[in-house]
Ligand binder design. Structure first.
Ligand code: HEC
Ligand code: HEC
Length: 170
């Protein structure tokens, strides 16, 4: 009787573990910038400059100076947890193609985009807002930061992406 109930308890626990631990959507909720800083930065420096220097996108596909078609395979055997290969490649791809506008125009006061996003930004009903001002970044940047009007939209997009990359949940 006792044995049986232990068995049932174990089975129940196993079942609950299966139910309550959903397979995490790759990388969601992870701070990829923090991960990079902890595991990759010693050898490669900051992710953005590394991506712009060594990686490019060819036919929609991320390729490296040393590793082209096999880049994904290479990364699976290169310090990266398997489930982070795709999200890290996505981050590097965005960085490889983005202009370093934040670094040039905002970095002097705000540090790196990832630090700034972690500290100062959040999403409210899907809109990117500043934590302190509680104002949409889109509006804020009309009179702050010295961007040309046509640079505001892309900057907001960049900061939204980075906020996602540092693990913020919508
Ligand atoms: C101990 C040093 C070291 C660490 C840590 C390291 N790398 Fe590397 N990485 C290298 C070296 C050296 C190369 C080039 C070697 C080669 O081509 O086989 C490389 C190549 C790469 C490339 C391909 C570049 C190209 O030109 O094709 C990518 C992308 C990359 N690393 C990403 C990462 C990521 C992401 C991490 C962290 C999860 C990481 N690396 C951690 C040393 C390191
Ligand atoms: C000369 C320094 C400086 C530069 C350059 C600068 N900022 Fe700021 N930023 C500040 C300060 C200081 C604040 C805090 C609020 C204030 O005093 O205006 C701020 C506030 C903000 C806020 C609101 C944060 C919140 O919590 O509500 C956003 C968004 C912002 N900056 C984005 C940017 C962006 C994007 C750029 C580059 C295009 C930029 N800033 C360039 C100094 C700067």
């Amino acid at each position: 009787m006792k044995r049986w109930s232990v068995g049932v308890r174990l089975a129940t626990m196993a079942l609950m573990a299966m139910i309550t631990v959903p397979a995490p959507a790759a990388g969601v909720g992870r701070d990829l910038h923090d991960y990079w800083d902890g595991r990759c930065k010693d050898c490669h420096g900051d992710a953005g400059p590394f991506a712009r220097r060594t990686l490019r996108v060819e036919q929609g596909r991320l390729v490296g100076t040393h590793h082209g078609a096999d880049l994904e395979q290479f990364l699976r055997n290169h310090y990266l947890a398997d489930e982070l290969v795709a999200p890290v490649m996505q981050m590097l791809q965005a960085q490889a193609t983005a202009s370093p506008l934040f670094k040039d125009k905002c970095g002097e006061c705000h540090g790196s985009a990832s630090e700034f996003a972690r500290k100062a930004l959040t999403l409210r009903d899907g809109v990117l807002v500043g934590r302190a001002s509680q104002r949409p970044v889109q509006d804020y940047l009309r009179r702050h930061g010295g961007l040309a009007p046509e640079q505001v939209g892309p900057m907001v997009k960049t900061l939204e992406r980075v906020l996602g990359e540092v693990g913020a949940k919508p």
